[in-house]
Write a protein that binds this ligand. Structure first.
Ligand code: HEM
Length: 136
């Protein structure tokens, strides 16, 4: 599977979970896990979807194994960070080192993405934009 397709699919799974979490918070009127909800949606939905758009515009990168590794690493970090942040806000102080580890996982995934963005390789340049000219 291409990295972009993987990103979009995982992003949808994350936002469904994030929305369910939001509805659960609203229904119970207990917003204590709000930071976990925010991280799940912003890392899992918004960021992952943006990665997908970037990969989709770069076909060579999109089919590379390393891009898929980046998506899986980011997703793993997001799941672990969400659980750990929720745990911390529910009073489980033991989750603190887990959150620290997860934060390093998402940082590593972002550094890998940064490598894709900064490396001066023609193959990772975006495909030319095909514009549509309106009829006169
Ligand atoms: C069914 C959909 C959703 C529901 C029911 C929901 C519900 C909530 C609730 C109840 C809060 C706590 C507000 C507070 O305590 O002040 C919250 C906070 C938050 N939500 Fe959602 N949410 C939903 C979707 C999303 C999505 C899709 C995103 C991001 C793309 C998002 C991002 C956030 C953020 C960043 C906060 C923290 C806001 C703050 O710091 O005050 N939520 N949400």
């Amino acid at each position: 599977m291409k990295a972009s397709a993987l990103s979009f699919k995982l992003a949808v799974l994350f936002v469904v979970a994030g929305m369910a979490m939001g509805i659960g918070m609203a229904a119970s009127q207990d917003h204590s896990v709000m930071p976990a909800h925010a991280h799940l949606n912003l890392l899992g939905w918004v960021s992952l979807f943006l990665f997908g758009i970037y990969y989709e515009r770069r076909p060579t990168l999109d089919t590379s194994k390393l891009a898929r590794v980046q998506v899986w690493l980011w997703s793993l970090g997001t799941v672990v960070l969400t659980i750990a942040v929720a745990g911390i806000h529910l009073g489980y102080a033991a989750m603190d080192p887990v959150a620290a580890l997860a934060s390093l996982i998402v940082l590593a995934a972002m550094l890998l993405f940064g490598y894709f963005v900064f490396r001066p390789v023609a193959s990772v340049a975006p495909t030319p934009h095909v514009g549509i000219t309106p009829a006169e």
